[in-house]
Design a protein around this ligand. Structure first.
Ligand SMILES: Cc1ncc(COP(=O)(O)O)c(C=O)c1O
Length: 380
């Protein structure tokens, strides 16, 4: 009998920053010994913001303490608050709902599309009331939400359009980068994201300079840029670290290559898995536009058995959201009594994310695909 090491194919690479170790240590020294002794919101943060702004063609980019903080700053900057309803997807990560609650507004949950697992624009529109102030689509796993439809919906109903693009840095739909379809979007830099870093951080990106200016003020206790101890709004502490800014600037040039490797792995998986749809394993929709392979997720009828089969053979897979958001105790108070989100429930039951990071070898990728195919052959 052959035994397989438990970590044969890790879900996240344990050596993600190994190639940049010397650079990182050098930056700790450089920033630590800099005569200026400025460790947050200094020239390195400004340079990183400008690098992203110019690359994306945004009006402004504002670095802050996390993707979650970025979402809350966007909603605050839009003056959303008590009495306002914000339509969010029923399937996704907690900040989608908690950021709305944090500003005192009410999340209203819309169901998702069964194939893309992103918010369904038709269901979102059905939920618009006279209290609705915003609709907040989110990109999910590898697929960007139907932003053209949401932009049109927001325009028609006079709604604000924050975009949760936390997982989609590098995604482009119809030529527009993720984060710039909405009035403001966000990226998360927590290590697992496409442009992750060794620590917490995020940015707000916007095509609206006035909104950018307001976010910039709110992230630093409501102080206008360059003026300390002068508060024009009730803000928060959501500042960005200088070492991380320099490190992100250093790694940014490698982002397209890392994304291309992820897309290559995803294309191989999709080619192998497309014939499995009638055997209980469905890959994400193949359209290459609006894709960003933060995570590669299949829908599996026998999800637990597939995950166990992969684990037995040393492949780590991951269930992200085991239940829809309104099914959590935290968000149940915002769910109308008796309401159901059948497609979100189904996605919660069936989704399984496979390793797709850029450091996987071809042999590891083939091994994952072989194992999934063998499982489907035995269970279809
Ligand atoms: C869709 C989405 N929005 C927001 C966030 C929050 O980002 P952060 O972890 O940087 O706070 C995440 C994090 O995974 C996310 O997946």
């Amino acid at each position: 009998m052959t035994t397989t090491p438990a970590t044969a194919v890790p879900f996240f690479p344990p050596d993600l920053f190994e190639a940049d170790r010397a650079e990182l240590i050098g930056l700790v020294r450089e920033v630590g010994l800099d005569q200026e002794q400025r460790f947050i919101l200094g020239a390195r943060t400004a340079a990183f913001e400008e690098l992203l702004r110019a690359d994306l063609g945004a009006a402004d980019v504002v670095a802050c303490s996390s993707g979650t903080a970025a979402l809350s700053l966007v909603l605050r900057a839009m003056d959303l608050g008590p009495g306002d309803e914000v339509i969010v997807p029923a399937f996704g990560c907690a900040p989608l709902a908690s950021s709305v609650v944090t500003v005192g507004a009410t999340p209203v949950f819309a169901d998702i599309r069964p194939d893309t697992m992103t918010m369904d624009p038709d269901d979102a529109e059905r939920l618009v009331t006279e209290r609705t102030r915003a609709v907040m689509p989110a990109h999910m796993f590898s697929v960007m939400a139907d932003m053209p439809r949401f932009a049109e919906l927001a325009r028609r109903h006079g709604l604000r359009l924050p975009e949760d693009s936390a997982v989609a840095q590098g995604g482009v739909l119809r030529g527009v980068p993720a984060g710039l379809w909405g009035e403001a979007g966000v990226y998360s830099f927590v290590q697992v994201k496409t442009c992750g870093m060794p620590g917490e951080g995020g940015v707000v990106i916007t095509r609206d300079p006035a909104l950018g200016e307001r976010v910039r003020m709110l992230r630093n206790h409501g102080q206008p840029p360059g003026r300390r101890f002068v508060h024009h709004a009730v803000g928060v502490n959501s500042r960005f670290d200088e070492i991380q800014a320099a490190f992100q600037t250093h790694r940014y040039a490698g982002l397209p290559a890392r994304l291309a490797r992820r897309a290559e792995i995803a294309a191989y998986y999709t080619e192998r898995f497309t014939p499995l749809a009638d055997r209980g394993v469905t890959p994400p929709p193949p359209d290459p536009d609006g894709r960003c392979f933060y995570v590669y997720t299949v829908l599996a009828d026998a999800r637990e058995a597939l995950a166990a089969h992969l684990a037995e053979h040393g492949v780590a897979a991951h269930v992200y959201y085991p239940r829809p958001l309104p099914a959590h105790r935290a968000f149940a108070p915002y769910a109308p009594p008796g309401a159901r989100w059948p497609r979100a429930e189904e996605a919660a039951r069936r989704h399984l994310a496979l390793p797709v990071h850029h450091l996987l070898t071809d042999a590891q990728v083939q091994r994952v695909a072989d194992l999934v195919c063998a499982f489907a052959a035995g269970h279809g």
